[in-house]
Design a protein around this ligand. Structure first.
Ligand SMILES: [Zn+2]
Length: 174
């Protein structure tokens, strides 16, 4: 009997803390998302794998692409920027870095080698050809017209995401 009461107390206490934690986090994300809308949409798209948040992020990022190109080209730039932000890991080593030195390795015939695809960073290194293909243009057009826009789109969204993290870490201690 004492054990059952003790368990119930612990269980209800746990339930209360877990639900309060969730509500706190969701509320904080909602408030922080007003100031950093792209950051909040990106975080939800990345963590919750939520398609609606992906669409929100795409629409907001497209609006920020500053050029005279038709909307569909701006959206293509934003889509590639999103692709790079949501798929950040090297496709060879999957971003698995070694705890000893922070580098990513592959094991080839029992020999540990620095991952050649990401040069050990664990991060996916996009080539100009991959980026041009992602946007739907040839490499020459990409370098002349789209590279600067893509870098700006990634930097702007990254800055929004950083702002969101700072706000959230101020409010939530875990
Ligand atoms: Zn790698």
């Amino acid at each position: 009997m004492r054990a059952a009461v003790g368990l119930a107390t612990i269980a209800s206490d746990l339930r209360w803390r877990i639900s309060t934690g969730h509500v706190d986090r969701i509320t904080a994300l909602g408030i922080a998302g007003i100031a950093s809308p792209i950051g909040a949409a990106l975080l939800k798209a990345y963590v919750a794998n939520d398609h609606h948040s992906y669409c929100d992020a795409l629409g907001l990022m497209t609006k920020r692409v500053k050029c005279n190109f038709p909307y569909s080209w701006k959206e293509a730039v934003a889509r590639q920027a999103l692709r790079e932000m949501l798929l950040p890991f090297c496709t060879s080593c999957l971003g698995a870095t070694d705890e000893s030195d922070g580098n990513a390795y592959l094991v080839v015939q029992d020999i540990k080698v620095l991952c050649p695809a990401c040069q050990g960073s664990g991060k996916r290194l996009w080539t100009d050809t991959e980026r041009a293909t992602g946007i739907g243009v040839d490499v020459r057009a990409y370098r002349i017209k789209f590279e600067k826009l893509l870098v700006e789109a990634i930097n702007s969204a990254s800055s929004d995401l950083r702002d969101l993290h700072i706000r959230l870490s101020d409010w939530l201690d875990d």
